[in-house]
Design a protein around this ligand. Sequence first.
Ligand code: 5GP
Length: 193
Amino acid sequence: MIGTLLIVSGPSGSGKTTLCRRAEAAGLTSYSISCTTRQPRPGEQDGVDYHFLSPESFAEKVKSGEFLEHATVHGNSYGTLKADIVKLLLAGKNVVMDIDVQGAASIRACTDEIISKAYADVYIHVPAAELEARLRGRQTDAEDVIQLRLHNAAMEDARQGEYQFALVSADKESDYARFTALLSTLSMRTCLH
Ligand code: 5GP
């Protein structure tokens, strides 16, 4: 039996990374560590939060076909290494991937047998006023970055209909309870056998 590949998208500030990390810490899933060309934020570690790559070494991996998908988000490159994911799924592990709407669309279209069998996706939706309050509250980004993220959030929200599931964010505990319920239901799919 293979694991579930759950793609989790939603705007910055939706809490999707926290949900994925908490499920990982609880032993329910493995987290897929993406590669990115953006600079680490304070406290972020290479190989834990992301594989932080130079634009040149990112381009090298694109060229050698190592990415399951890659996309430019907020002006930086992000991508997921295919071999890592397939290995985990074949070992029966659930994998959650915190990626944007473009990345989700390319994995949805992927013809790899294991990836398409394991695939499921959920969009974390946050009402606009609440999202702005959260982005300002975390005080990690400059005003122009916040504005860009709010603009991108509206564009991402417009594509939530492409997802199988939508989780309307409320408080942290309720979001996590619904997220783990989803993971548990998905692991009962007959296509994983
Ligand atoms: P941040 O820089 O705030 O960590 O992430 C910015 C955006 O990039 C988020 O929407 C996140 O979901 C997305 N992202 C992170 N890793 C990947 C990836 O491997 N592929 C794609 N397409 N998007 C990613």
